[in-house]
Every structure is written in C-alpha cells, then in structure tokens.
Design a protein around this ligand. Structure first.
Ligand code: IVH
Length: 739
C-alpha cells in the first residue's frame, strides 16, 4: 500500500500542471483518491489523512466537476450527498431470491425441561447432526459470525459498478433503494478502487451481487437521536427502526445525513472465477474493498462450534451494532450445493438465537420514581450482578399489577434478565422471604408523591399511580418539552435535552418561566456533563428567544394545548377557543361552569346548553372539570398571575360562541351533502339527525353535488351511481372518524 504522505503530496501536485490540459485526468485521480480515503475511513477505521485534508481534496473535485460537466459520473464521491429525490420506489426482481435463514434457539431451563433436552444448545446440535446426516460425514467445517440486527439489502455490481441496490421485500421482489444506498460511504460505488493500493488486482466480475445488512452503529444512533431531539424532531425507537425508516425515504439527502453503515455477509448472482469456500468469497470482498462482517470463526467440528457461539455471545455486547444471535454457515460451497434448500431457507445455514442472559440476586429495596408524566414507578434495588457485559443494580417493576402477579417483596431472591437494549427486568422470585407480604406502592409512599408531597391518584382504567400536582418538579421537563413542541407553541431549538438542562441548572420549573430567560443564561447553558461540557451557544440561544417572542402572539388554542392541562387535547383546545375570547375569559368561564353544573341528570337542560352554544363532543363535563379545577388550583392561579406580569393574554382566532341561526360553519360536516344507502347500525332517520346535528345535509339521491355516499350493507344502485360519478363511499367507521 502507498504511504499516506505520498498520497497526499500526489494530490497536491496539481499545481505543477496546466489545469485545462489535465482536468479530466485530475478529476479521475481525485475520485480514486477520495474513494480510497472513504474506504480507509468508513470500512477500515484507519484514516490516513485529516478531515481537513479530505475536505480540501473534496472541494477541489467539486470545483473541477462544476467547471467540467462533460466529465459527469454518477459514481463520483461528490454525489454521495444525495441527488434529486425520486418519484416513488421501483420494484426490482432479485436476480437470485433473497432467502431467510432458519432459526435455532438457545433453550431456557423451562424449555429444556419441557422438551427433555439435556443442553441449552440442543437445537444447534441438532442442526449440526442434520448436516452430518445429509453429508454423510462426522466433521463438517462451518463459519460462525454475529447476526447483524439491520436491514437486509442486495447490492448489484455490473462490470464493477454499482448498478442498483434493493431491499429484500418478499424475497423475490424488493424496493429499489439505490438513491439512498449511494450515500453510504462504506459501500464502494466502483469496484476498481482498491487497485490504487494493490495494482496487481484482478478485474471485477461482470455480475456480482452482494448481500448484507445496512445498520446504524449504536453510538452514532444515540448521537443522532440527541441531535434530533435538540432540533425538536421526534427520536427513533432503536437503530433498526431508524435504518428502515431512512431507507424508505424518497429524498437521498436524508440518508446522506444519517449514520448508515453496511456489512456484507452473502453472495447472490455471480459470474467471476469459481469460489470454493466462504473464505474465497471473503477474499473477494476484501480485494474489492467491500466491508464484511466480523468477528468470523471457522470451526472443524461440533465442539469448536459450541465454543465459537459461546465466544460470540460473550463478545457481542462490545460490537457497535445490535445482535441477538450467531449465523452458522457451511464453509464449502460444493457442500452447500449438495445440501440445497428447503422452500424457505438454505439447509446449509442457521441463525442461533441467544437467550437473554439471566442471573439470580437479592432484591434489597424498592424505591419509587416519579416519572416525567407524574407516573409513580417502582424500581427494584438489587445486589449488583454482572449481566450481558454490564453491572445491573436496578430493575423496573412496572406497576402494582406486575408486583402482585410476581409476588414481589423486599428481601426475596430474584431472577433478573437483560434482553437486547431493554432495561433489566425481574423474571420471578426464586426464593421468597417466609411470611413477607407483597409490596404495596401506595402504602410505601403514604399516599403522597415522593417528589413533591402532592396527592396521588389512580385514573379510572389505569393501573398506574400518578402525582396530580401540576407544579411537581419531577414533571418539569415533560411540561416544558410539551409546551415547546410543534403542535403547542413550536419553540424551535427547545427539545428534551435543552429542557432537561434548563431544569437541571434550575433556570425553569414551569414553562412560563421560559419567558424570563435571557441570552446570558441560554448561550452558556451546558447541555453535556461536567466532564464533557457542551455549550448551547449564541446562535441557538437567539433562535429560542425569537421563537419565545413569536409564541406570545400565538392563538389561544395553541396556548391552551401547550399548558398541558390533563384531558385538554388539541380538539378540545380548539373548541374552547371558539367559545371564549381569551385566556382570562376561560379562567372564569360561565359556559364551563354551566356545563359542569349540567352533569346533574337533567338531560333537557344539558341539551339546551349544548344546543345554545352548539358545543361539539370535544368539550364535555370532564374537560370542564379539569379546566375549572386547574384555574382554581394554586398552580393555575400562579400561572394566571404570571401571564398578567408577562402581559400575555392569548386571544382566540376562531371566536364564535353562538353561531348565527343556520351558521353551522364550525361543525365538522358543515357544507357537506350526504346520501345514505344500505343497512346501517341505526335507522335512517337517526343517522340523518346525527349528520344534520354535525352541520351536514342529507339528500335522497346521488348527483354530482353529493359529497359522500354513506353506504351500509347492500345499497346497490346508489352505490353504483356514486362509483360512476366518482363520489367517495364512506362506511360508518369513516363517518365516525370525520366526526
Ligand atoms: S447469511 C441465505 N449472515 O438475517 C441467507 N445473514 O434471519 C444467508 N443477517 O436474511 C444470510 N446477519 O438478512 C447472514 N451474519 C449474517 C447475518 C445475516 C444478519 C440477516 C440476513 C438474513 C436474515 C435471516
């Protein structure tokens, strides 16, 4: 391989040349160089030049390409940032079907007892025995490697160039995701690049189809989520979801910004020199600079196989991607052919799925945490044990039901497990304390929130105990985050991380305190830790302050929703803002008071009220109750005072408490004409009354003026006519959704 210095001075030698004369040559050189450095950086993790040096080469190529569009090449490294969005996904029929692998499971003690197996690896041993039987030999050499928890893809190289990339789909046909895959720098776009370092290399085959996984490394995934959160974007549940979601995007610029990686693990269509073993295949991958999955073990007999899976189980927690198993493959390709396939999967491979590791320990104590939404969560404090590569000293107990079901009590010996990325959990009590009673959440906190001493209650239909104090400091981050979210006041730049830092550094407990923030407080705000500080910065501070200023004039409904009053969702907020001019009026609302009074079983009076104000189902006695009691509570009174001090009194932008006779424009079906046909769950007149009460009109016959045909069972001719005229057909569920 050339020396790094050589490579870079070679890059700089351009000054010696007349630019025009050698533009093409230089462009080709730069493309090779950049791909070479991409490979070192992304696939080998052994960069030879600094980021600045890389950027310099990159910009030089970009400039030259701009000046010389005649040398355009879609495989240029500069196009990795993503071209134009595609219209929609094309389907690609795989040259060779993408099969799955049969799973064999590590057995739990319970499963072993049930099946009479003598070892947890029983199913793996049986797989090996099937290989023996089918090949008629005792020792069969197999490879063992981690199973990558990613998204399976097929990369098709024609004459050494990436022709397309496709998802597995149904195994026969997948989605064309070439536009996104081109942005993944660990995937070579051309297979000749490695020749730069190895001039004696063979030419790539005409057809080479590589199978592998695209994934996000765990650390990069975590960093990306932090960034998204700061930008106020939703975070992803796990690296696999994030990867799949990214590959489904039509715009490749999105994939270009996400930390996607690729590792090869299999071969599809191929017409190069014969490959005798998996090792030959790996040499081919290495030769062309295609990154492959590691660690890889090659074992000659059953004992070796059992050792190798144990070793992978041990090492897997150190890998930078998620894995829950090992893949075992027969080494010799001739033997694979001999073994063949079942209808779904090859007989020469298996995926061995590891059990989540379990250990016994003592449940020393149970503490109660107040979550961000006020939920009281019991947490088991354990004598520390080492599980799956990390020390576990706490485990969630979820809720009282779970505690009752598992008869959890302090002092018991318990079995603990850590499955995948999930936090540790208690599987069961293995040795109870004689005579001990099952733990009670309510009793342990004397009926009070352990964070603020406020009242706790169990909402109807929910098992969770919850602190109902709006001012509870444990819920500050949740309240601030909700307040700043898109659908609330849309404070750009204020996500969970920033909210957390503001609360941690005691700048805010309630959302309204955000309005006292200044640039002097915000800019130096440390989002990181003491050891690794990270400044929020002037630019972000200015952005947040500007967004807060804009929020002052946002309409009443957005403010109501932002305040996070229980039961008050977006639609209820909208309806309340139709009924009131501003926040002050809501805080002493006669309408809400009447609505609440009208919970008395005086149906007539209640209906009169609903009719007078044409109140939709979004606001009823339950909402009236929480809103009234919020504004009467200490927290509500303080909030109102703060609003007054700040000079903010959000005003309604849809105020229309008593719609003029016949003015139904605020109702959900206003201006829409329906035709009813077929058999429905209620009789025609009832349905007609329902539609009319929501502002719609019901007509007897379908015409071009009909907006919807509500069709039950049957309903022949009107249904046909609707279809002919292109009038949408609704079923009752769809109508309900509109209401
Ligand atoms: S070999 C005939 N090796 O898991 C298929 N697959 O559950 C041979 N996978 O379809 C595939 N890591 O998408 C192989 N190291 C690995 C793998 C791996 C993940 C995926 C692959 C496969 C699926 C089967």
């Amino acid at each position: 391989m050339s020396e790094p210095d050589d490579l870079f001075s070679f890059a700089d030698s351009k000054t010696a040349r007349a630019p025009e004369e050698s533009a093409e040559k230089r462009i080709l050189e730069l493309r090779k160089l950049l791909e070479h450095h991409n490979h070192l950086y992304y696939s080998q993790a052994t960069p030879e030049i600094s980021d600045a040096e890389y950027d310099k080469l990159y910009r030089e190529l970009e400039d030259l390409e701009k000046k010389h569009p005649e040398f355009h090449d879609e495989n240029s490294p500069t196009l990795r940032v993503g071209g134009a969005p595609i219209e929609g996904f094309q389907q690609i029929r795989h040259a060779v079907p993408m099969l799955s692998i049969d799973d064999v499971f590590e057995l739990s003690p319970d499963a072993m007892e049930k099946s009479g197996a003598s070892r947890p690896e029983q199913e793996l041993i049986e797989f090996y025995q099937r290989l023996r039987k089918n090949l008629g030999r005792e020792d069969i050499t197999v490879t063992v490697e981690p199973k990558i928890d990613g998204v399976a893809v097929s990369l098709f190289y024609r004459d050494g160039k990436l022709a397309y990339a496709a998802t597995r789909g149904d195994g026969t046909t997948g989605d064309d995701i070439t536009h996104n895959v081109r942005t993944i720098r660990s995937i070579p776009l051309e297979l000749k690049q490695r020749a730069l370092a190895d001039p004696a290399s063979a030419e790539p085959p005409t057809t080479l189809e590589i199978r592998g996984e695209i994934f996000m490394p765990n650390e990069a995934f975590a960093a990306m989520n932090v960034e998204r959160d700061e930008a106020g974007l939703p975070t992803f549940a796990n690296p696999r979801n994030a990867t799949a979601g990214t590959l489904k995007q039509l715009d490749p610029k999105i994939a270009a910004q996400r930390p996607l990686r690729f590792l090869a693990h299999g071969l599809g269509a191929y017409d190069g020199p014969e490959l005798e073993t998996e090792h030959d295949f790996h040499n081919l991958l290495d030769h062309f600079g295609i990154p492959r999955n590691q660690p890889l073990f090659t074992v000659q007999h059953l004992d070796g196989l059992l050792d190798a899976v144990a070793e992978i189980n041990h090492q897997r927690h150190q890998l930078d991607y998620g894995t829950d198993g090992a893949v075992i493959k027969v080494l010799s390709r001739a033997e694979r052919t001999q073994l063949g396939f079942t209808s779904r999967a090859p007989r020469w491979a298996a995926a061995y799925k590891f059990l989540p590791e379990q250990k016994e320990t003592i449940l020393e104590n149970i503490t109660i945490q107040v979550g961000r939404t006020g939920v009281l969560t019991p947490v088991a404090e354990l004598t520390p044990v080492l599980i799956s590569g990390s020390t576990v000293s706490r485990a969630t107990l979820h809720n009282q039901d779970e505690i009752d079901r598992k008869q959890i009590h302090i002092g018991a010996r318990v079995l603990v497990e850590k499955a995948g990325e999930i936090i540790p959990a208690i599987v069961k009590v293995t040795q109870p304390v004689p005579g001990a009673s099952v733990f009670s959440i309510f009793a342990s906190v004397n009926g009070q929130c352990p964070s603020c001493g406020g009242p706790i209650s169990q909402e109807q239909g929910f098992v969770a105990w919850r602190c109902t104090n709006f001012q509870c400091p444990a819920q500050a981050v949740t309240h601030i985050k909700h307040f700043a979210s898109r659908k609330a006041l849309d404070i750009d730049g204020l996500g969970e991380i920033v909210a957390e830092a503001l609360v941690r550094h005691k700048h805010c407990v309630t959302p309204l305190e955000l309005f006292s923030l200044t640039e002097e407080v915000l800019a130096p705000l440390n989002l990181g830790t003491e050891e690794a500080p990270r400044r929020f910065g002037e630019k972000n501070a200015t952005k947040v302050l500007k967004a807060l200023d804009d929020a002052r004039s946002k309409p009443l409904n957005r403010w109501l929703f932002a305040m996070g009053i229980r039961q008050l969702g977006e639609s209820a907020a909208k309806e309340l803002s139709r009924l009131h001019q501003d926040l002050t009026e809501i805080s002493t609302s006669p309408i809400l008071a009447e609505l609440l009074r009208d919970t008395r079983p005086d149906a007539k009076k209640k209906n009169e009220l609903l009719a007078k104000y044409a109140i939709t189902g979004d606001v009823g006695p339950a909402v009236a109750e929480t809103v009234i009691s919020y504004f009467q509570s200490e927290a509500g009174q303080q909030a109102l005072q703060r609003f007054a001090e700040l000079g903010i009194n959000p005003a309604s932008d849809n105020y229309l408490p008593i719609p003029a006779e016949g003015d139904l424009s605020h109702l959900p079906l206003a201006g829409k004409t329906f035709v009813i046909t077929g058999t429905l769950s209620m009789d025609r007149d009832e349905m007609k009354a329902l539609i009319e009460s929501k502002g719609g009109k019901v007509s007897g016959s379908v015409s071009a003026k009909t907006h919807y045909v509500l069709a039950g069972e049957g309903g022949g001719s009107k249904r046909d006519k609707a279809e002919k005229l292109g009038v949408p057909l609704l079923d009752e569920a769809a109508l309900q959704a509109m209401l």
